[in-house]
Design a protein around this ligand. Sequence first.
Ligand code: 6GU
Length: 225
Amino acid sequence: MRIDIISVLPELMESPFKASILKRAMQKEIAEVHFHHLREWGFGKHRQIDDEPYGGGAGMVMMVEPIDNCISSLKAERNYDEVIYLTPDGETLNQKIANTLSIQENLIFLCGHYKGIDQRVRELHVTKEISIGDYVLTGGELAACVLADSVIRLIPGVLNDEQSALTDSFQDDLLSPPIYTRPEEYKGLKVPDVLLSGHTQNIEDWRYDEAVRITQEKRPDLLNK
Ligand code: 6GU
């Protein structure tokens, strides 16, 4: 998978791809992430990329032409499955969206800033709008990292069997059951006997029952879906 991320602040997004599982995905060439500094497509000496809104009002608007030129230059190189605009008014990211995107080949992520982008960028290029939740961030960059992480880890070969995404919370609309490691007892708190029993079926049943109980307690909305 190739992800091209367009932003005015690409430096905000470098470290998540330089550690742990995402780093390994890059090294194994299962995923590649390319950053594009929108300023390089800006106008004039100041590389202008935003301007005042028609009709007045507070805040600046990201201009259509630099973004159009940047996206068009990428599209001239390869076909893209989706052009995703990260915006608080997009569809809220969930595991199903991540699953769907994880089987795509080429994606563009466009990070919004200021008051947002000129509407004509949406009309010309954007095929999907995604938000990561009902709160406002200063820009789409952190959301782009969250989206990229949720998608890249699902690509076959990124996680090993032990990390398998199939047992993730949300993959079956259940939260994960409690987990324990050594020691068997700590400050009077004991690991449940069943986990020490070696009885595979009982362990599996216990984990499922606990997952249902915890989901009922914390996120009953998931059970009612
Ligand atoms: Cl994608 N962008 C911004 N600026 N704020 C957000 C968001 C995105 N998702 C949730 N809040």
